[in-house]
Design a protein around this ligand. Structure first.
Ligand code: MG
Length: 355
């Protein structure tokens, strides 16, 4: 029996790669519905190719979930828009292959509680979380002591020293991964890695202060887990999102793929170092949001989404992204993490920044 899949955000970077994985394993998967925010033609074309239903526009992702049944819902929409369709998919008992980080950043406590209640699995799609997921296979609760997320460091790892005047084009030019604009800018500020640490904390039930970030410019080691007995496991592969996407869709099975295989001798050396918290204040803001708890991570995500868009549109400088986030975090009202409160916190944040 083939696995029924819904792909939300089918025309984005993750969605397109997922479509490629499905093409490579036709008999394994049955794509029943696809959604896209804007690219109607490409969405329709993909739907025709897979014999799936196409949903386009702002409500497309939610409708795709509400009007179809599937075993797995791949959530690869941009930013906060992923939350409602994810909740709807969990309510319907679908496993969640999660690429959209903001879902667990904003509402991790609520979403994970609901997932437990409904008995659905989270299948990480991001390379780091996929790596940890793979390293954790077979581990019992409490055996993982620390998680180590690797980070390429983005386009501004070593220069310029002063980031206040970098351009949008420079910020979008990620050295290792080809991704959409939101994730690329988040990688340049390192907010992306901060989001990933919050997401990892919810996915794997490890406290935020037991998650380390290490810079690894080669992007070969995708993350590591240190266990209570002193052993550390890592997952390695050449950087290609399709490895993680395929595993999310087939786990715990592994199927053959045409991906390039690792050649360590050709790479020669793998390097690691500490992140620079002074040049990348987003990392400290994430820690602060976690310390505050409740809806503070939702404020963090909403402020970042607004600020990244404002930066891309030339309204604020690159360093203004972290400044906007910090200002919102400091002044936001404290609320517990319920779904309405998360939505209210996001609205409050956007309104404050629009003023
Ligand atoms: Mg990542």
């Amino acid at each position: 029996m083939s696995k029924k899949i819904i792909i939300l955000g089918c025309t984005g970077s993750i969605g397109s790669n997922a479509a490629e994985v499905v093409r490579e394993h036709r008999g394994e998967f049955d794509v029943v519905a696809v959604s896209a925010l804007r690219s109607r033609e490409r969405c329709d074309a993909l739907a025709r190719e897979f014999g799936a239903k196409a949903y386009c526009g702002p409500e497309g992702a939610l409708r795709a979930v509400e009007e179809n049944d599937a075993d797995v819902c791949l959530v690869a929409t941009v930013g906060m828009s992923g939350l409602k369709p994810t909740v709807a998919a969990i309510e319907k008992g679908m496993d969640i292959a999660l690429a959209t980080k903001e879902v667990l950043v904003m509402a991790g406590e609520y979403v994970m509680g609901l997932a437990r209640e409904k008995g659905v699995r989270f299948l990480p799609v991001d390379s780091e979380h996929s790596a940890i997921f793979q390293c954790m296979a077979g581990a019992a609760a409490g055996e993982a002591e620390r998680l180590v997320l690797t980070a390429s460091g983005g386009p501004f790892l070593d220069s310029p020293a002063d980031l206040s005047s970098v351009t949008v084009r420079q910020a979008l030019a990620h050295p290792r991964w080809k991704m959409g604009p939101k994730v690329s800018i988040d990688s340049a500020t390192m907010m992306n890695k901060g989001f990933e640490s919050i997401e990892a904390s919810w996915l794997f039930g490890v406290p935020a202060d037991a998650i380390d970030i290490v810079i690894h410019p080669e992007s070969i080691v995708h993350s590591l887990v240190t266990f209570v007995d002193g052993a550390t496991l890592a997952q390695l592969s050449p950087p290609d999102m399709k490895v993680a996407i395929q595993y999310a869709l087939t786990a715990p099975r592994r199927l053959p793929s045409p991906r390039a295989k690792l050649d360590l001798a050709a790479i020669g050396a793998l390097t690691f170092r500490k992140p620079d918290y002074a040049r990348f204040p987003a990392l400290s803001l994430v820690k602060e949001a976690c310390r505050l708890g409740g809806c503070s991570p939702a404020v963090l995500a909403a402020a970042d989404e607004w600020a990244v868009d404002a930066f891309i549109k030339g309204k604020i400088p690159f360093t203004g992204i972290a400044a906007a986030v910090e200002e919102c975090l400091e002044s936001a009202p404290r609320m517990e993490c319920t779904l309405p409160a998360v939505e209210e916190a996001a609205r409050w944040t956007i309104e404050r920044l629009e003023k």
